[in-house]
Design a binder for this molecule. Sequence first.
Ligand code: NAI
Length: 339
Amino acid sequence: KRAASAASSTQPLLPRRGYSSESAPERKVAVLGAAGGIGQPLALLMKLNPLVSSLSLYDIAGTPGVAADVSHINTRSEVAGYMGEDQLGKALEGCDLVIIPAGVPRKPGMTRDDLFNINAGIVKSLSAAIAKYCPNALVNMISNPVNSTVPIAAEVFKKAGTYDEKKLFGVTMLDVVRAKTFYAGKAKVPVEGVNVPVVGGHAGITILPLFSQATPKANLSDEDIKALTKRTQDGGTEVVEAKAGKGSATLSMAYAGAIFADACLKGLNGVPDVVECSFVQSSITELPFFASKVKLGKNGVEEVLDLGPLSDYEKQGLESLLPELKSSIEKGIKFANQG
Ligand code: NAI
């Protein structure tokens, strides 16, 4: 089976030559927030993914245009656009995977937590709709603050009686993408072969890249590792400042989101040994959610992998991130349970 042959996340996203739709099962994927800065390029990249048979694009405005545009691309998936809450059910019905980049992005000077007040409500209502219309779908949460929005979704699903901890993912893939790029530059190795696990959460110091486990190995100084760590943690802010008020990362985020969604689809389809980092329910630390390497399978999370050996610098980073991550998780849980 061709579709089951390649598990590597470095696979190109373009359709494979000689692809036949008979070789991959039907998969419906929805993007919620599809007309936004991330949503549009993510819709494009998901349209290029041959594992998708039905692409459902939902937003509160602007989706008919995005859907019409993307639908003309001659790849496998059927595209449909849905706009406004009364069409959300149709957008979600039968979904295998729901990707959520809905909500406001940062402006210069803002932290991800500053987005909480607006995005928490959006995520809460979208999660309630998922529980109602596609309770078995995998959910890829992109909306920030991910450290809080994932716990919010979990609480909403628990209340609805649909929570399956194997199916809820906070998308931290952009931190991995950045760590790989920055490491390759510093270590002067070809970026395509680079791997760097990033653990913890998705905001500031909660983003903990494990450069001691990076491959291929390079002899970087402590100073270099510190600088790489800081740049990975501040990568989002670098883009926010460069965009000077026009939003945060969209193109690199769409790429990272598409790679992660592809890994989830491969897992669903039974491709073996698909491993990516994600913020999931976890027991590898004392916190209920934590990002680490996760093995993806037919039901979503097959195994949460432990952290592996950490350098002293990384051990320190881990200690100092736990309180902040804990309070972001608690903030999400509290929000979901009020009112
Ligand atoms: P954007 O403002 O360009 O697009 C957001 C879209 O969401 C808009 O089209 C808006 O109409 C839509 N939306 C708002 N309320 C909605 C609702 N109730 N249902 C459906 N759609 C709704 O923002 P952008 O740049 O696309 O960012 C989206 C989110 O992704 C932000 O929260 C941002 O912080 C987050 N983000 C996450 C990253 C990560 O690594 N996880 C990286 C970059 C951004």
